[in-house]
Ligand binder design. Sequence first.
Ligand SMILES: [Zn+2]
Length: 217
Amino acid sequence: MNIILMGPPGAGKGTQAKKIVQEFKIPHISTGDMFREAMKEGTPLGTLAKKYINEGHLVPDDVTIGIVKERLAKKDCAHGYLLDGFPRTTPQAEALEKLAKDIDREVTLVINISCDREELIRRICGRRVCKVCGAPYHIDTAKPKVDGICDLCGGPLIQRADDNKEALMVRLDHYEKQTKPLLEFYKARGLVVDLDGSKDSAVLFSEVKKLLKGLKR
Ligand SMILES: [Zn+2]
């Protein structure tokens, strides 16, 4: 059960990732967490990545790929993993294919959660978040009891600066441009399953579950 999870912002990738990890007891490996872990553990690659980040540089692909390899080789990935946020480019996908083969942990499925723009805009532009405790709300689907006030702590609800339509369109264009070649790469290998992210998250997860139960461990 070696899975890559893909989907644009707002498609519900985070929610599905959480549910998959709980249900199937496989580690959720996001790029950010992976870097933080490697840096904290002070592995040679983690130390190298830290140096780039501290100097304000992007971490080069070979370092990132090395960190992915170290992470996927760990014991907790023996029965599967859920990769989130990696690979982002075709060269990274090629490198992943090679390193996963080396450690006998090849990708077996790419779940692509898609969702039309109208719905993504509705979801993201309606998002509000508590300024104090960070609790999430939505103007249509997750209203607070009192308008503009957090149910949990009484703090004010705000809209994040990049949760507006213009910024979102830029993010979506960028996402589509970046993802298209990746999806082609995995489609050519027969690994992609498309799921409809506009569905209710519980319904979507029942489809995910069915899909994953069909995979051999
Ligand atoms: Zn709050």
